[in-house]
Design a protein around this ligand. Sequence first.
Ligand code: FDP
Length: 285
Amino acid sequence: MDRSSRYGDINQEVALEIHALIINEDTGYVDKTNATGDQQLKLDVACDLLIEKAFRDNSDIYALISEEKEDVMRCNSEGRYTLCYDPLDGSSIVDVNLAVGAIFAIYEGEPSGDTIVGASYVVFGPRIEVVTTIRDEAPTRYRYIDGDYQVFHPIVMGNKGHINASGGSQKHWQDKHITFIHVLFSEGYRLRYSGGMVPDLHQVLVKGGGLFSYPSTTDSPNGKLRVLFEVLPFALIFEAAGGEAIDEKGRPLLELTVTHPHARTPCFFGSHYEIKRLKEAYGVV
Ligand code: FDP
């Protein structure tokens, strides 16, 4: 997938431009919500536009699907790829200056679990890091140092970690999820949850294992995270790193079909041990 790998390089440039917006732009809201009802920040809109401009005239791109756009944006009828992206993930924590991210997924043909061919994300923390993968290849981690991207340590997950990160209001967790989370803590797992999926998942990957969950809850039966530009790119990266990514029924997320650009799904990303324990707790072994 030479052509899709080129987007990794483009993303590195785009990452620097997004970073410039993050550090300089107003973090206030616009008078609008996005397609899934989240309040949009001026920064969300500016980052979305920046990415749109970077890719819309690329002859390989058939369409763009953004978290911040209601509809699919058709670009080039001859293009092979649809780029789905979340331009600024973690907008609810940008005002408190925690790490945020951007997520990109490349699909060849109609976007779904079996057509994703590449994914990357950017972590805007104290430093900028970009992680990219192409289907069936181990992820590459780059860190921006001294004005250049340098390949950093590879991301390889072990069989078992020690981090436990779960989203959703605890008040609305299902009983099986409450029990499962307590079981992990009783085994010695430590809570690590910032409220930004990019840094939280990056931490599980970089520390070599653990679990990140965003389950269904009584107030949100499909969970919160969006399939095309949040869930599937991380599923590809976790599997490429030697981990697993499943839904509540124990199905690999990469087998999901997608019915709507803004569809959501409950999702779990982790190393083998935690995913095995999760399947036992959820009765989907
Ligand atoms: P945000 O709404 O700030 O954009 O994308 C959704 C997301 O952040 C994820 O980054 C994060 O993991 C999740 O929402 C946090 O949701 P909860 O506050 O419900 O845990």
